[in-house]
Design a protein around this ligand. Structure first.
Ligand SMILES: Nc1ncnc2c1ncn2[C@@H]1O[C@H](COP(=O)(O)OP(=O)(O)OP(=O)(O)O)[C@@H](O)[C@H]1O
Ligand SMILES: [Mg+2]
Length: 313
């Protein structure tokens, strides 16, 4: 693997007739980074990946993989050697066995015979498909085909891996196998571009996430994205709330807002460690009985829904 792998896009744009699928995308993905791309159906995720993998040409803008320009055909050939792609639709040879599909593909990449054999065995074992190696792919279920396609994307040991919804349609166990495998690849320091609708996967696997809807709406680590929209919120459940309590809490320095919901106070605080004890003292001094107190956890789903114009809570 090269030490300086990098995916860059500058004003990357793609139209299909009147449809603007991807609009002026600027993006930089670093060596060893796992980057997640999330967004609704039709957001332009697959189109982006297809442009980065030199399968379709951009309408405007440019993208580089390792400094090689995706729009130049002679450089595109060099890019193809460095990338592995799990496309949205597998496209395997149904009349070949799992093993032969992988062997055929590895031969296209000039992987030496002995290395091919070892690599295919190791990939199929990791993906729990070794026992099915001699079965025809045409007889496989969707999830089994998906695993073979993942193995195919890796058989030439690419520096960059593009995965378009790798866990979609997999049963929970298969999805766990694939997710754990992706974690192994992440540990190996592989650069991964992951399109997904699974926000838990995105939060767990990705160093940074981009939220896409034709335009890139936001980008950052899952934590940065949640902090971008919300600070910390402490929720205090009380036995009774007297009318003067919210006002008393609001006057504590470091508190930005207080909302009452039933017998709970939702308090936005700058720093929970410093301010929560003062909240307790203030409420106790007003004869408030605190039943529980916890921090409202927000995740990628909340960020996503807010950006799509729908608040979760
Ligand atoms: N080959 C094509 N011809 C015409 N329009 C296309 C083509 N491919 C994609 N589009 C359009 O481009 C837009 C983006 O599609 P794309 O497949 O990139 O979305 P996506 O984010 O991958 O969606 P999903 O989550 O459903 O996979 C859509 O409006 C789609 O109809
Ligand atoms: Mg897609």
């Amino acid at each position: 693997m090269s030490g300086e792998s990098l995916i860059e896009a500058y004003g990357l744009t793609r139209r299909f007739g009147d449809t603007l699928a991807v609009d002026s995308l600027d993006l930089k993905i670093h060596d060893g980074e796992v980057f997640g791309f999330i967004g609704p159906n039709g957001a332009g995720k697959t189109t982006t990946v297809r442009m980065l993998c030199c399968l379709i040409a951009p309408t405007a803008g440019t993208a580089y993989i390792d400094g090689l320009d995706v729009s130049r055909s002679e450089e595109a050939l060099m890019i193809r050697e460095r990338i592995g792609l799990l496309p949205e639709v597998p496209g395997l040879y149904e009349s070949l066995s799992a093993y032969h599909n992988l062997d055929f593909y590895a031969q296209l990449y000039d992987v030496p015979r002995k290395v091919r054999k070892e690599r295919i065995e190791s990939l199929l074992r990791k993906l729990d498909m070794w026992d099915r190696r001699d079965d025809l792919v045409g007889k496989f279920s969707k999830g089994m085909k998906q695993k073979i396609t993942i193995a195919r994307a890796l058989v030439h040991e690419p520096d960059y891996l593009f995965l378009d919804e790798p866990t979609s349609g997999l049963d929970p166990e298969a999805s766990l196998t694939v997710r754990n495998y992706l974690l192994d690849l992440k540990r190996e320091g592989r650069t991964i571009f992951l399109n997904t609708h699974n926000l838990d996967d995105a939060a767990r696997l990705c160093d940074r996430v981009g939220i896409m809807k034709t335009n890139l709406l936001a980008v950052g680590s899952p934590k940065e994205l949640t902090n971008m929209f919300w600070g910390h919120t402490t929720i205090v459940d009380l036995r009774h709330i007297s009318p003067d309590m919210p006002e008393a809490i609001r006057s504590i320095p470091g508190i930005t807002s207080v909302r009452q919901e039933g017998r709970s106070l939702h308090v936005d605080v700058t720093s929970p460690e410093d301010i929560n004890p003062t909240i307790v003292k203030t409420l106790t001094s007003m004869k408030g009985e605190i039943i529980s107190m916890f921090e409202l956890k927000r995740g990628l789903e909340d960020v996503y829904l807010r950006l799509m114009g729908r608040d979760n809570r």
